[in-house]
Ligand binder design. Sequence first.
Ligand code: ADP
Length: 314
Amino acid sequence: MSQPAAIRIRDLVKRYAPAGPRENGGEGKLALKGVSFDVPQGEIFGLLGPNGAGKSTLINILAGLVMKTSGTAEIWGFDIDSDPRNAKRAIGIVPQEIVFDPFFTPVEVLDIQAGLYGVPKAARRSLELLGQVHLSDKANAYARTLSGGMKRRLLIAKALVHQPPVIVLDEPTAGVDVELRRQLWELVSELNAQGVTVVLTTHYLEEAEQLCQRIAIINHGELIANKPTRELVEMAREKVVVVTVDKTIETCPSHAAFLKCEQAGELTLEITYDKDKTNAGEVLSLVQSMGFAIVDVSTREADLEDVFVSLTSS
Ligand code: ADP
């Protein structure tokens, strides 16, 4: 028998009540327009989309903080309507903002959270969890003395007190410096290697590309892609070849096979082509046939950003 999905979402619709009688003709904002997808067990799943796409709305529905208008959602096989208790126990949410009382110590923060979930004292794993997020040496420090990175790691530990099989991280590295971002990526990968299914929302494409096995993209409340990361990146059809030639370029050469040709320096051209229609070799022969001798060549691979821009620009 196949495993159930870690999260199963079908036809999810959310219409926020109008703030006033005139907002959107009195209809309110349609933030999710019938979204369906599965998060497979054991993966790191990226939920990507520009600001206002509906990501937080979706996460907040799963967290039980926003009421959906229609559709269904199951977490680890538990329906959020008919089995909200088990659904809630199956998921840990790491919010974007840092929220805990600055006068508690990390170990107290985790004990209190475990209490909220009804985890019996004997089953609490606060110290073990602090070890998991590399905060053992701060167990008894005041939370307000922790660095920004440590606070974020404490938030992750807090989401894990009831040992949920799925955790959701909402923009885990927003406003975080590069070093700290890498540390958080490592931590997320470690948790995943220990068997936790991870869903993360992000607008850092590099983050999604590095960490996630699968990526769903939402835009204007609609799911516009849901694919393994490799396949999604493969969808970028445009490639760029950068050519250095031996003489000053007067005008950029043009040809039907070039989607775009731009001068990037006195002797350098950047030519964009469709990899399904031609290849770098043909582009170079065309440049040569136009009277240029080629001195140097490099290519730029398309990345997730190219796909994201082309999918969300409509
Ligand atoms: P994202 O997290 O992708 O930035 P959101 O889910 O926050 O997107 O927002 C989706 C849409 O719903 C946006 O147009 C936003 O303005 C609207 N929205 C979000 N929260 C509310 C709310 N509480 N009331 C009314 N509209 C909202």
